[in-house]
Ligand binder design. Structure first.
Ligand code: FES
Length: 157
């Protein structure tokens, strides 16, 4: 699991952003891209940098489902909930993976080795139904392939 960045590291990371300049989302995106999540400490640093309140920054973090406030698991399977994937059996893929991993959607194993996450269409619908494993598309899934994938992820942890 990634360690939490320090205040100094976070300050340096968001130093380019300014108050009243539409920088809330760009600064949050930068924090998440760099550390994989947005910690409470990061929310406070961003708020100070943008001369606003942590409550306002937390509001933005909680509004957008792509932001996370806890570190990502070592291996993350993201399930595409978009229309093309669902039309091609995505719900059965989700059920198969959840059953195999014994996890709820947006849950992770106790040791944080693997997790299962809700994703949105990324435009690669020709490979529907699909999931992403640490961001890499695994497409044209069948239920059997999804179970095999989930078993492999579980066995590797
Ligand atoms: S609907 Fe799943 S990739 Fe577009």
């Amino acid at each position: 699991m990634a360690s939490e960045p320090t205040v100094a590291e976070l300050r340096e990371l968001v130093a380019e952003f300014r108050p009243n300049a539409g920088h809330v989302l760009p600064s949050l995106n930068k924090v998440q891209e760099t550390y994989g999540y947005i910690s409470r400490r990061a929310i406070e640093v961003v708020a100070r940098q943008l001369n606003t309140t942590p409550a306002l920054i937390f509001g933005a973090v909680s509004y957008y489902s792509d932001f996370r406030t806890t570190p990502p698991p070592e291996t993350e399977i993201a399930w595409c909930s978009g229309p093309a994937c669902r039309l091609k059996g995505g719900d059965r893929i989700r059920e198969a993976i959840q059953h195999t991993l014994q996890l709820p959607l947006n849950g992770h194993s106790d040791d944080h080795e693997y997790g299962f996450h809700l994703g949105q269409c990324n435009g690669t619908c020709t490979e529907a139904p699909q999931v992403w494993v640490n961001g890499k598309v695994v497409g044209n899934l069948t239920v059997a392939k999804a179970i095999e994938l989930a078993r492999d992820v579980k066995a590797d942890s």
